[in-house]
Design a protein around this ligand. Sequence first.
Ligand code: CP
Ligand code: NVA
Length: 307
Amino acid sequence: MNTLAGRDILSMADFTAAEIHALLDLARQYKQGQTSPMAPGRVLGLLFTKASTRTRVSFSVAMMRLGGQVLDLNPGVIQMGRGEPLPDTARVLDRYLDVLAMRTFAQADVVAFAEWADMPVINALTDQEHPCQVLADLLTVQECFGDLAGVKMAYLGDGNNVSHSLLLGCALVGMSLTVATPPHHPPTAEILQKAQALASHGTNIIHTNDPESAVRNAQILYTDVWASMGQEAENQERIPRFQPYQINETLLQKADPQAIVLHCLPAHRGEEISEAVLEGTQSRVWDQAENRLHAQQALLAQVLGLV
Ligand code: CP
Ligand code: NVA
């Protein structure tokens, strides 16, 4: 049963475990070539205040595969870029569009947009979360391990949007996750506590400053850029602080011998990940990127009520 029709997806915590599994099942069917009920005449808006390759293109192709149309609405081409208030923009776009994917800075902006608009609003990345990324990540984990529950992941680097959605997503599906960050770059206490509260008995959700203990026995090593969009000015000062958290061959050797490596991309070779690991045999990053398309096609089909 589709319980996502008409709903906003602003956080990974908006899903139940059953909803995640249903989405991943549908995504796998699409990946295997199963056709979908179509959405002719339905329009997806992409309101992106930050750059994007994967999210923009995979959402667009997913909507086209569903037979719908896509409108690119970056603030440079709409009046919001000249100061039109968010509530006004949301109420107007709601009269035209069927679903909106929004990428911006403040989580409060996607929350406010969803309050002012009746159509489903999907978080396509904020400073706080990146739930669509984590749906694709979980699909990749399932492909590699056959199951999600009990799989052990280590995330190394910044306690950022991706780490937050991973914390919530792993907790929901019963994957143990250790997030290892430099001392001044932890995930927020609120998200960490929420993830720990969501985790069932036996699922360990941990934050540490020690990269080596984090990767011990890990079946997945995951990293992301050290300075996210909007933090570029801090990049140079962050590099030495984050260096011990780089995923390289030395660190990878301390993980489970069969461990896979994930990265949401774009990657910064020589910073958060070495060239040899990114391009090595344990890397699954290109499958992971492909899975954005299948996971989001499933998400769109469900929020639009097509299935
Ligand atoms: N991983 C990800 O969201 O990539 P983009 O910024 O290119 O969309
Ligand atoms: N944490 C990164 C993710 C990019 C997909 C950022 O927000 O820039």
